[in-house]
Design a protein around this ligand. Structure first.
Ligand SMILES: NC(=O)c1ccc[n+]([C@@H]2O[C@H](COP(=O)([O-])OP(=O)(O)OC[C@H]3O[C@@H](n4cnc5c(N)ncnc54)[C@H](O)[C@@H]3O)[C@@H](O)[C@H]2O)c1
Length: 252
């Protein structure tokens, strides 16, 4: 068990990738705090983990609100006494398919708040707990769009910001034995896309993307969760400041 004795906080844990990460981490023995704005979804994941003998509790938080982030980490401190691993998965594109001449100020604010600012503030709170302990693993969620993507302007900028922030934090925290890395997945098959697009449009999108990826398929949530597990474990003890593309070889 690669995470036995470790406490991990996973945000976005009610979602496709977040719940897959939670199950993976539980299987490896981590004691989990799962957080999401969707508390019911989070509690469902917790119940399944506990039914399988794992340890997990749920804390609801809207990560676009700073006070709720501070309260979340206070709850982690109170219930767990410390934190070894932070996996910042909450996020999503709140303004997909916009045109370059209609990028709105409001959509910029919303995407930066949900994807970049929340990640930065969660890291700040985690560092307060990890630094005195001189140990930590932080895994942030970027996206392959950090390289740029047409029609995903503010989302791509936010995910690019996460890449730059991840490297900056890695530079700053190395001397405290805290590693900071980010995941950059290409398209992942998650329920939220299937629901939003409907089966036909989803299949068409997945087929089109898969045809461009050398591995000829899109990612599963488990593909991403396993990469998060690797970066969170001591198998990755000398890896920091990296943006790990989980893309089936797209954009080589
Ligand atoms: N699915 C993909 O193709 C893909 C590709 C690259 C990166 N990502 C990133 O992976 C992460 C997970 O996405 P997913 O595909 O599992 O989608 P998802 O929608 O299933 O998961 C996102 C989770 O974030 C939660 N969330 C949304 N707003 C929140 C808020 N204000 N506060 C707290 N939690 C909030 C949602 O409730 C949801 O559970 C996101 O950061 C996304 O940008 C996804």
């Amino acid at each position: 068990m690669r995470l036995r004795g470790k406490t991990a906080l996973v945000t976005g844990a009610a979602g496709g990738i977040g719940s897959a990460a939670a199950f993976c981490f539980a299987e490896e023995g981590a004691s989990l705090v799962l957080s999401d704005i969707d508390l019911d979804g989070c509690e469902t994941v917790c119940r399944r983990i506990r039914a399988q003998g794992g340890k997990a509790s749920a804390v609801g938080a809207d990560l676009t609100i700073e006070e709720q982030i501070v309260d979340l980490f206070a709850a982690v401190r109170r219930t767990e006494g410390g934190l070894d691993i932070l996996v910042n998965i909450a996020g999503g594109d709140l303004d997909p398919f916009s045109a370059a001449d209609s990028i709105s100020s409001e959509s910029i604010d919303r995407n930066i708040a949900l994807n970049l600012k929340s990640c930065m503030l969660c890291c700040r709170e985690a560092v307060k707990i990890m630094q005195p302990r001189q140990y930590g693993r932080i895994v942030n969620m970027s996206s392959l769009v950090y390289r740029g993507a047409d029609h995903q302007f503010s989302y791509a900028a936010a995910k690019g910001g996460i890449a730059a922030f991840t490297r900056s934090l890695a530079l700053s925290l190395g001397q405290s034995s805290i590693t900071v890395n980010a995941l950059a997945p290409a398209l992942v098959d998650v329920p939220v896309f299937r629901k939003a697009l409907g089966p036909e449009r989803w299949e068409a999108l997945a087929r089109e993307c898969a045809s461009r990826y050398p591995l000829k398929r899109v990612a599963s949530p488990l593909d991403v969760a396993r990469a998060a597990l690797f970066l969170a474990s001591d198998d990755a003890s000398f890896i920091t400041g990296q943006i790990l593309e989980i893309s089936g070889g797209a954009r080589l």
